[in-house]
Design a protein around this ligand. Structure first.
Ligand SMILES: Nc1ncnc2c1ncn2[C@@H]1O[C@H](COP(=O)(O)OP(=O)(O)OP(=O)(O)O)[C@@H](O)[C@H]1O
Ligand SMILES: CC(C)(CO)[C@@H](O)C(=O)NCCC(=O)O
Ligand SMILES: [K+]
Length: 254
């Protein structure tokens, strides 16, 4: 079985594949201070509680956009699984040509998402990931990664709004009936929700113009299912896109 690990700035998502089937997945917070042994105990416990036999893990692949936790995670893989993990980075075959000025600069999560989306849906395709940041990525018909846009994420934007004001409370991101709202919580919900819906449709329409096509649009990340229904442009929501991409890239490098 294959253990896939996606290290984001807020969360680390772990998944287990038996061949092409995702058997289970878990989300833990990204904690730069956690030790090798703490990560080891956490992961081994998740496996134990979900009846996964650690002995059956025969490979690990990791994508990370948080360099500082990588030495710890690599040691965890060695020590608790006896495996040297494959790490998305220079030297890994993704099967995708990266057209960034400096290909090493693109976040590994964006490349992994792009590989999965192109494999699943073909090109041209636009990928939106609602994580700590909201990223938009474009892949053309040939399967080249063209680049995209990076926006402040929904969670951190809302946190900033709450932190920098005296009277605004924390809210749950939620769709509202209307945008002319008569209380603070609903006003904030409407602004956050329809503001980010508008961002999606605005950036996608510009991207479609630059891509010169009727690109398909796939969304992932925790908030994708909440935002997608009100957008005009999101065609598909694929919550496990990054894990799927890690599995595909692993197969290209085994
Ligand atoms: N319903 C919600 N209301 C308010 N905030 C939310 C809601 N769901 C998620 N968030 C916040 O949105 C942010 C993005 O969450 P999500 O879990 O999608 O990203 P992530 O996968 O953790 O991101 P990364 O991959 O960058 O670590 C987090 O800060 C999270 O706390
Ligand atoms: C944009 C984030 C933070 C999204 O997780 C990540 O992909 C990242 O740190 N990227 C590096 C910069 C870039 O992709 O151009
Ligand atoms: K992510």
């Amino acid at each position: 079985m294959l253990l896939v690990i996606d290290v984001g700035n807020t969360n680390i998502v772990l998944g287990i594949f038996d061949d092409k089937t995702l058997l289970d997945h878990w989300r833990i917070s990204t904690d730069r201070l956690r030790t090798t042994d703490e990560y080891g105990v956490l992961v081994r416990n998740l496996f134990y509680l979900n009846h996964v036999n650690s002995e059956e893990i025969d490979a690990i692949i990791i994508s990370s956009v948080v360099p500082s936790v990588m030495p710890t995670l690599e040691r965890m893989c060695q020590r608790y699984f006896g495996i040297a993990p494959l790490i998305i980075g220079p030297g890994i075959r993704t099967g995708m040509d990266i057209k960034y000025d400096n290909p090493r600069e693109v976040g590994a999560d964006r490349i992994v998402n792009a590989v999965a989306a192109y494999e699943l849906y073909g090109g041209p395709v636009i990928i939106i990931d609602f994580g700590t940041a909201t990223t938009f990525c474009a892949v053309d018909k040939k399967g080249d990664y063209l680049g995209g846009s990076i926006c402040p994420g929904i969670g951190i934007s809302t946190d900033a709004l709450v932190q920098r004001t005296a009277l605004l409370p924390r809210i749950e991101v939620r769709r509202t009936e209307r945008v002319i709202c008569r209380n603070t919580v609903e006003s904030m919900q409407a602004g956050v929700y329809y503001g980010f819906v508008g961002q999606v449709d605005g950036i996608v329409s510009r991207m479609r113009r630059e891509l010169g096509s009727n690109a398909r649009v796939v969304a992932t990340g925790g908030l994708a299912v909440i935002i997608a229904p009100a957008t005009k442009s999101i065609d598909l929501v694929e919550p496990m896109l990054t894990l799927e991409g890690l599995r595909i890239i692993y197969e290209r490098n085994r």
